[in-house]
Design a binder for this molecule. Sequence first.
Ligand code: MIG
Length: 719
Amino acid sequence: MNFYELSDKVFKYSFGNPINTEAVVTKGEKVKNEALRYFNIDDTEGMRFTYKMTKEQVVWGLGENLKGMNKRGGIYDSFCSDDPRHTPDKKSLYGAHNFLVVDGKETFGVFIDYPGKVIFDIGFSEESSLIIAIEEKDVEVYIITGEKPLEIVREFLSIIGEGYAPPKWAFGYQQSRWSYPNEESVREVAKKFIENNIPCDAIYLDIDYMERFKDFTIDQKAFPEFKTFAKEMKDKGFRLIPIIDAGVKIEKDYDIYEEGLENNYFCQDEEGKAFMAAVWPGRCHFPDFLNPQVRTWFGLKYKVLTDLGIEGFWNDMNEPALFYTERGLKEAVSLAKVSENENLDIYSFFKLKDSFNNMSNSLEDYKSFYHNINGDKINHYKVHNLYGYNMTRAAGEGLNLIDSSKRFLLLSRASYIGMHRYGGIWTGDNHSWWEHLLLNIKMMPSLNMCGFLYIGADTGGFGGDTNHELITRWTQFSIFTPLFRNHAAMGTRKQEPFSFEEETIKNLRNTLELRYALIPYIYSEYMKSLKNKDMYFKPLSFEYTDDFSKRVENQLLLGASLMITPIYEENSLGRYVYLPEDMVLWKVKNYQERIYEILKGGHHYIDVGLNEVPIFLRKDKAFILGKHSKNVDSLNNEELKVIAFVENETTYVYYDDDGTTKDYKTGTHEEVIINIKKCGEDDFAIEIKNKGNTKVRVLNLEIIDTNGRVHKKILSVET
Ligand code: MIG
């Protein structure tokens, strides 16, 4: 084992001959050996790391996963999986995010940098054991020390590199469906948003926009004048976001297929032929995204679409999902060769049934193809979790070559730690189930811990039919997630905001207007989290140290100042909330009406009508509120509200930048620093600093004092 010190808090232990995943960007100094901290190692078969947990310890992390924010009591297989039914018994979703923080009297972080399957048994097999197991002996383990979980997370975020910033318009509402298959249907959706006065920034194009599901092609019948159409939509205020799938269709004269084959850019089978499996386009080959040359080649193909005016993409099926291979098909078909009147015994019947069920995403298939990593032929199974990550990396790097100064919207379904540098993720094929709204809430801080900031779920649920209540409650939560997209599967009921009855449309419109009014705060908090290596969503106990906060899994801290308490249960017109300190409650029906109520620290039941969004403002904190518009590009934030709850003093740093270029990376941005200090009974001293030429002209302050009185002041911002 080699031991490296990355800082005085981060230690890397390198066992055997690990594959460089490039998850971590910081290189450490190699120092003398020391035994792995915290864990016992058993290397009789693969590697098994065991830590004895005390009863009081909570385990946070693991990014995109099922179960609670506290991962104890569960067993998780880190193995990117295309499984469209996220039921509680499942062990894997689309991402592989092997970072967790053990929090208690002894507190530390651990990251298992291993590109194959990792099993996290967190007090499942043995109540007090945290067991991490891999099948091989080549692995890098990072241990991160620190006093508190947030401090440990921030150390981790600083070694995996700065995250991805989408363009500002990507903070607007986005509408999707599988599918809006042609010009007319997209035009119709746009028209309904306009007619119903509902803000929206983007409309998604699912697989049907392509010609026979071929990447970087457009179905000429469905979109005869794509470039003109994209411009027409943009002029109306909507960007189009096409999907790109991992599988490349095998079709003679299709350039991607021909070039890939000619240059050996596809993953190969045992015999060195391009590996073949079927997905949407039928039989496909799979670009070897682990090879940098292939990444550049594929990444530059996005130019076909950027040349037509496209500014955003979503990369799908990149676990990679495999519907079937010839092998699986043969096996199933041969089992199915039974005569119709055969009396199958029950075992052969199940075997036959399973052979069809197990045809997709089978381990045997994953073990049957290879990548070329620096000239070495590496079995896919060993590096499975790097595939989606590197597809999106290909896109990110390609888009950077296409236009190095422009920010594009980029989403991936599969991911590994490190991919946050290239794009965001949506959390895949959830269902229109209340359980998945709660899961969505719990997953957000875990993903932030692993570097993923531009995240969100399919609002309303992808599979199954939503109803007016679920879409309303889900939308009321999703207005706080950086990625805010409503998406639904083929065959499900329509779930665009205007597809419901008048009252629901009105509630959704008010909710979306609130989102747009919150964009100055949301964007400011997002960018500060990115720049300062911080979390956008936090569990309560990452800031409040009382014992009860650790148990709260259905409320989140949002940025520097707010706490949100979403309604996630059917038929409920309210909920229990826990306040670690006195806070201001603003129940938003319409963001133009602001009635504030002070709630004392402790447990409360609050009424929350279907037309209300509860927002809590923490003590000695402030947030920013703008006005809504039809989309982000037309927001005018020269005049902003500053809403503060002041007992003693608060400072809010309002961040903004051009929202379109990468200039922020070199420090170009604007900041308005607002300091409010209580000086006497009704007296507040206010100081405003303007750094970097802000566009803000006027600040309307609403200062709430501890008696609930609101003090209003209007200040102009000096330039
Ligand atoms: O096998 O492109 O997660 O968002 O609508 C399904 C069709 C493929 C899965 C994605 C989903 C998308 C769907 N895709």
